[in-house]
Design a protein around this ligand. Structure first.
Ligand code: RBF
Length: 340
């Protein structure tokens, strides 16, 4: 009886030991996964010729490099870049596949269509987090969004275009129609024109995609031939065609997202840049340091320093007369004051 008891006790201890070891392994496994954060950057389009995307990628990479500097091998974070391409019909399934891999704790992306694509995924994959830039969505505890005050960028671009135009005919070439374009960028561009006493309707044309430079050039050619002398292109890679056409017709250009004065020296009259690289780096570092306020939405503009007219470039100073630059600066100051 005593021997049987001892034998059972031994068996029991052995089983408990195995169970205990298993628990230890799983717990260290879990805590290791928690320490080593891994993010994926989902580029909804192609990086080339879309500064809003290249800046996002650079910002996230830079955040990981900075974070890893002070970390041990076990704590280092990793970044995976996924360039989804221009077929928007595929983005949803590509995102689902990224979530299903369960390799990336957080997916970082940028453009206003992302909240709609990612919301359903937060139900399907409840631990998946999303940082979405240039987008708006609040109230979902798995998503944080930040967007730029595109109304300010569009207003200043329109104001500069209106002051510089001689024909008082202005064009806007967009890749596609989307709510931020139709409800914010176009109306505020027109508002800027009116502030410069230009009342003619904007010649608004659509490429149909974010890459067709030939179509971009055709639309810009047609505009210039009809008397338009300033064009704002917001069409990603298709803008390259707009630049070629502008050089041919000596048409002036306004620019969004980045400093592009050198792409057509003497013709680019304004570059209103968004500080997407800085924002991407800051948000990614916040994520690595567990400081994100999930479920929130914020909007950043000129006053916050995230939307900026590049006014210290020699090409800007040489192309836009001083009196016009002063008027533009005065409007920027008004914007800063009114957002206090
Ligand atoms: N902007 C780009 O520069 N390149 C793109 O490929 C691009 N793709 C977009 C796709 C969709 C569905 C939407 C709604 C916007 C896209 N944008 C793109 C526009 C971008 O979000 C932003 O409005 C502009 O870059 C102006 O700041």
């Amino acid at each position: 009886m005593n021997r049987l008891f001892k034998k059972n006790l031994k068996k029991c201890i052995k089983k408990s030991f195995i169970l205990f070891s298993f628990l230890c392994i799983s717990l260290t496994g879990c805590s290791k996964a928690k320490v080593q954060k891994s993010v994926a950057v989902f580029v909804p389009g192609i990086i080339a010729d879309s500064p809003i995307y290249s800046k996002m990628v650079d910002g996230v990479k830079s955040a990981a490099e900075k974070f890893n500097l002070t970390k041990t091998e076990n704590e280092k974070v990793s970044v995976f870049i996924f360039e989804a391409g221009t077929n928007q019909a595929e983005w949803s399934s590509q995102l689902t596949a990224l979530c299903a891999e369960a390799k990336y704790d957080c997916i970082i992306s940028s453009n206003p269509s992302l909240p709609e694509l990612t919301e359903p995924l937060t139900k399907q994959f409840p631990s998946q987090k999303f940082i979405l830039l240039d987008a708006m969505k609040d109230g979902n505890p798995n998503i944080v969004t930040v967007r730029y005050k595109q109304d300010e960028a569009a207003f200043i671009s329109g104001y500069a275009a209106g002051l510089m135009s001689k024909s008082k005919k202005i064009g806007l070439i967009t890749a596609q129609e989307y709510p931020v374009m139709n409800e914010i960028i176009l109306p505020n561009f027109e508002k800027g024109l009116r502030a410069a006493d230009v009342y003619e309707k904007v010649d608004f044309r659509i490429v149909g995609n974010w890459y067709d430079a030939k179509k971009g050039a055709e639309l810009a050619d047609a505009m210039s031939t009809s008397g338009v002398d300033v064009i704002l292109p917001i069409c990603g890679g298709a803008s390259q065609g707009v630049i070629t056409s502008a050089k041919e017709h000596q048409t002036m250009l306004c620019w969004f997202d980045s400093n592009s004065y050198s792409s057509a020296p003497g013709l680019v009259i304004s570059c209103v840049s968004s500080l997407q690289e800085k924002l991407a780096e800051e948000m990614t570092l916040k994520y690595f340091n567990d400081q994100i306020e999930w479920g929130t939405f914020s909007e950043l503009g000129m006053k916050d320093g995230y939307v900026k007219l590049v006014d210290d470039d020699e090409l800007y100073i040489n192309t836009v007369p001083e009196e016009i630059r002063k008027k533009i600066n005065a409007e920027i100051e008004n914007i800063m004051k009114s957002s206090e």
